[in-house]
Design a protein around this ligand. Structure first.
Ligand code: GRF
Length: 193
């Protein structure tokens, strides 16, 4: 991953589709005294995403993009990333798959968080599948985004133990908590500050 930090603060965009709790943890981290990045723009494909309230509360610009036509949606997003001079993108519960063309326009500058210990359990319903398979551990992973779903280079991972009576819901809750810890660390590690 390309090192981006010079003498200025890096400019980040976070893409969401829903709750935005990871967005919140990224914003919180970016507001720490010594942070070297700021969240400039939030992108959502969903006008009802709760995470938009987090952007509003923090006075961060947000853009709702209709994905009915993916090509024009992505062009609109790319135009805005350029307009706001965005250095890197964090996907945080963004439910759309980015096209190869989109990724190549921001090569090495897009990261994602996934609620499993990748390369295991790519895709959706991870917690249900983890429990069905009687796994002893699960966790979450921050990784680079490539055109293959949940397959880019692993940046940071954290494990949790699965209890006997664990349910997908309790596991999701437990993992979400560590997601909030490792996403900011993943950003820090990726962009080397
Ligand atoms: C998280 O579990 C994340 O790992 C996955 O989508 C969920 C987003 O949650 N990619 P939130 O919107 O950040 O609360």
């Amino acid at each position: 991953m390309e090192k981006l930090n010079g003498n200025r603060k890096l400019r980040a965009s976070v893409f969401i589709s829903g709750r935005g709790t990871n967005l919140n943890s990224i914003i919180k981290f970016s507001k720490k005294k010594k942070s070297l990045f700021e969240v400039i723009l939030v992108i959502s494909n969903n006008s009802k995403a709760k995470g938009l309230n987090i952007a509003k509360k923090n006075k961060i610009k947000y853009l709702i993009v209709n994905y009915k036509n993916k090509n024009s949606a992505e062009n609109k997003v790319l135009k805005n990333l350029k307009k706001y001079r965005i250095d890197f993108v964090c996907l945080a519960g963004f439910m759309k798959i980015l096209s190869k063309n989109f990724i190549s326009n921001f090569k090495g500058k897009i990261i994602n968080i996934h609620p499993s210990l990748l390369p295991k359990y790519k895709g959706l319903n991870t917690h249900e599948r983890v429990i069905m398979n009687n796994e002893k551990f699960s966790g979450c992973t921050v990784h680079e985004v490539t055109s293959k779903l949940d397959s880019g280079k692993i940046i940071i991972q954290k494990k949790v133990k699965i209890k006997k009576m664990e349910t997908p819901r309790s596991l999701a809750k437990k993992i979400l908590k560590i997601e909030h810890e490792i996403y900011p660390l993943g950003i820090k590690k990726t962009f080397n500050f």
